[in-house]
Design a protein around this ligand. Structure first.
Ligand code: C2O
Ligand code: CU
Ligand code: CU
Length: 557
């Protein structure tokens, strides 16, 4: 394979010459590698404030009683930088928690000790394309990819995970995920609960066999709706309980599940005090009865345990909802342990210590510069993200993922701010900006494979009621790489009762990189595309959907 000098214009823009080095077939899911970017090397001119190794490897974790579970995990090693830049997560498969400050220069040496290719993405961070973990940059076993970037994001909780072509879901499932916390001066000045009073929580669902090994259903059901496990793990542990003092805490929650959406609420129905979301602090705290948290979304909660007696317990539940998957047959298939939309516990806080801390949450938390109308380049002509979900077709804008398939509306001038409209498209064939095109034809041919798998399913999911193309509606968490965006409008048409059970759980006032688009919803966002040219992905963060092709890329040029 031809190597390119790091950061050369040619590599950055992936010109036609680079594309020609791999045949087009690789993009369509025959399991081929699609590498087009050579492993980046450390640059001599980059002087990092933080320098660390991150190794993807096979390991074992004690999750259930009895024998250990074979997992894949990130192991870390700090080479240079403040000691809190890397905190290992003992006794779990989670990767180390990385803690950076805005403005720091960070070097991460990602080494692949897995039996297959991989690449890591820094979810929510605004970095150049070569540092973004593009699937085309996947490294083979034994190789190292060196990331070097400056932290440009404001304070917030971000995370890292593989972004390997068609293998993201399984690699994450086996344990590859870790949190990133970014701090800045604006946030430090607030004196929010920190140290042991700041608790990052990663919620995931998993299934195990009788030997305590992870089970991943690679069946039709999983590829259509995503993976749903029958057990909740928090920070890689079951029945997660944390001992707290009766004082304020900061809980920083990431939904690290492949597909499952949670409706966070306390068991005693104490309202939630939300102080932040994906892209950091809100301007002011918001009080909500519950918060919807879709895969990849984060929520920052201030929980005040003062006034609760010793021994008191407070359990975070996932509350009841329905309608995020419309076909009743889909819902029927989810029955069993942890049925989608049924109530179940996530984790428990137990008050075990007294505290006299009287800290009060400040009224103003941060300043978010609202994007003004005049700044938006395409007010009358939003960029569409049309979601199509069907038996043989997981599309955005009528086309499956393909690396060299940029359509006119996916070309974005650098340093502009764009209006983007995300909606469900059930109109069938030929809609969307690309029309049917080659991409769709290829996907339908590839559909033979999925039909084959469907044969193995027991009853339930016939084609009836969904039509030939099997269009159906479910909620999709849509994620855009690059800078955080602002949600400016949601409109809804559909089952009002279903919507009433979720609508108060959307926190749209902060900066976001992932937005849940419920069935019947149309969401408008404004997003800047500053600083970096190149290809940046946008996709559904239901990881099975992402791997099935519900992903596209913008070419920022
Ligand atoms: Cu967290 Cu492109 O993903
Ligand atoms: Cu991302
Ligand atoms: Cu989806």
């Amino acid at each position: 394979m031809k190597r390119f000098a790091p950061m050369s214009r040619r590599t950055l823009l992936l010109g036609a010459g680079a594309a020609a080095t791999v045949g087009a077939a690789g993009a369509y899911g025959q399991g081929h590698a699609m590498r087009r970017i050579a492993p980046n090397r450390a640059s001599e001119t980059f002087n990092p404030d933080v320098d660390l190794d991150l190794i993807c490897k096979r390991d074992e974790a004690r999750i259930l009683n009895g024998g250990p579970t074979r997992v894949w995990r990130y192991a870390g090693n700090l080479i240079k930088g403040p000691s809190n830049a890397l905190t290992p997560a003992p006794d779990t498969y989670l990767g180390p928690l990385l803690r950076f400050s805005k403005g720091q220069k960070v070097r991460i040496r990602l080494r692949n000790e897995l039996p297959e290719e991989t690449i890591t993405h820094w979810h929510g961070l605004h970095v150049p394309m070569l540092m973004d973990g593009h699937p085309a940059a996947a490294i083979h076993p034994g190789e190292t990819y060196v990331y070097e970037f400056e932290i440009r994001n404001r304070a917030g909780m971000y995370f890292y995970h593989p972004h390997t072509h068609e293998k993201t879901a399984t690699q994450v499932y086996h344990g590859l995920v870790g949190g990133i916390i970014i701090e800045d001066d604006e946030e430090r000045a607030l004196g929010l609960p920190s140290g042991e009073f700041e608790i990052p929580l990663v919620i995931q669902d998993r299934s195990f066999d009788d030997d305590n090994q992870l089970v991943y259903g690679g069946d039709m059901h999983t590829s259509m709706f995503g993976f749903y496990g029958d057990r909740v793990l928090v920070n890689g542990r079951r029945d997660f309980t944390v001992d707290v003092a009766n004082r304020p805490y900061r809980l920083r929650i990431l939904n690290g599940s492949n597909a499952r959406i949670y409706k966070l609420c306390w068991d005693d129905r104490t309202p939630l005090t939300v102080i932040g979301v994906d892209g950091g602090l809100l301007e002011k705290a918001e009080t909500r009865p519950y918060v919807m948290l879709a895969p990849a979304e984060r929520v920052d909660l201030l929980v005040d345990f003062s006034g609760r007696p010793q021994g008191a317990k407070l359990t975070m539940m996932s509350g009841e909802f329905y309608g995020l998957m419309i076909p009743p047959m889909a819902q029927r298939m989810m029955r069993g342990d942890l049925a989608v939309g049924e109530e179940f516990p996530l984790f428990t806080a137990r008050v075990t210590q007294a505290s006299s801390d009287l800290w009060k949450l400040p009224e103003k938390l941060s300043t978010i510069r609202r994007i003004r109308r005049e700044e938006v380049a395409n007010l009358d002509d939003p960029i569409p993200i049309a979601i199509t979900m069907a038996h043989m077709a997981m599309f955005l804008n009528g086309r499956p993922y393909d690396h060299d398939d940029i359509q006119q509306k996916e070309r974005i001038p650098v340093d502009t701010t764009q209006l983007i409209e995300i909606f469900h498209e059930h109109g069938g064939m030929g809609m969307g900006m690309g029309g049917m095109g080659m991409g769709r034809m290829e996907m339908m041919r590839g559909g033979g494979m999925m039909r084959g798998r469907m044969g193995g399913m027991r009853g339930g999911m016939g084609m009836s009621g969904m039509g030939m193309m099997g269009m159906m509606s479910m909620a999709h968490p849509i994620h855009l790489h690059g800078q955080q965006f602002q949600i400016i409008e949601r409109s809804f048409e559909g089952d009002e009762d279903a919507y009433a059970a979720i609508r108060d759980g959307f926190i749209d006032t902060g900066l976001k990189d992932t937005v849940l688009v419920a069935p019947g919803e149309r969401v408008r966002i404004v997003k800047p595309f500053s600083d970096f040219k190149g290809r940046f992905m946008y996709h559904c963060h239901n990881l099975e959907h992402e791997d099935a092709g519900m992903m596209r890329e913008f070419s920022v040029e």
